[in-house]
Design a binder for this molecule. Structure first.
Ligand code: GAR
Length: 190
């Protein structure tokens, strides 16, 4: 089994979808979630992980320098010895210290085509641009902001959507499916 640590900052719906696939789905013979980590103490997703008996750790990142915070994170990860770090709505840029410790072993999902939109609010961007469709991207994490090499993308059809909430709901449905499928492909090869 490949050990994965999931990183979240809030709701954790992608984390939940992945944990479900680890328990009873396409990741069940492949991935073992060893830790859910959050940089926000009140991240809602932590409760779900605890309910499902996955170890959780949260350390408030506010006010800490990126490098100092990631140094702490690195030390916390050590006893869990994850093979991969899976970012699932983790809203903090990683510093080189963490990225270099897990080369090509940190994966992220982004709610847009990373070639076209980086950073926050990917669905808002699609909404404001009135796009007829958008993409979600699973990519390796490098030292830039959403610049890591793309592993796979999936299209989100936006025809007929009227609100940002509708876009987000369609997009998340696609994210939830795509992320586990991509993880399966990557982990099987490793
Ligand atoms: C998801 O849409 C994810 O793609 C996005 O945050 C949301 C988290 O939702 N991530 C980013 O914007 C990273 N730049 P979740 O907590 O319900 O999985």
């Amino acid at each position: 089994m490949i050990k994965i640590a999931l990183f979240i900052s809030g709701r954790g719906s992608n984390m939940k979808a992945i944990l479900e696939q680890c328990k009873n789905g396409i990741l069940s013979d492949i991935a073992k979630p060893v830790l859910v980590f959050s940089n926000k103490k009140d991240a809602v997703g932590l409760d779900y992980a605890t309910m499902h008996e996955i170890p959780t750790i949260s350390v408030e990142s506010k006010g800490l320098k990126r490098k100092d915070f990631d140094q702490k994170v690195l030390a916390l990860l050590e006893p869990y010895n994850p093979d991969y770090i899976v970012l699932a709505g983790y809203m903090r840029i990683l510093s080189p210290i963490l990225i270099q410790a897990y080369p090509k072993r940190i994966i992220n999902i982004h709610p847009a085509d990373t070639h076209l939109h980086q950073g926050l609010d990917g669905y808002k961007w699609a909404f404001e641009k009135k796009l007829p469709k958008t993409k979600v991207t699973v990519h390796y994490v490098d030292e830039g902001l959403d610049t890591g090499s793309i592993i796979e993308q999936a299209e989100v059809d936006l025809t007929g959507v009227k609100t940002l909430e509708e876009i987000e709901s369609r997009g998340l449905k696609v994210e939830h499916q795509l992320y586990s499928q991509v993880l399966k492909k990557i982990l099987i090869q490793s």
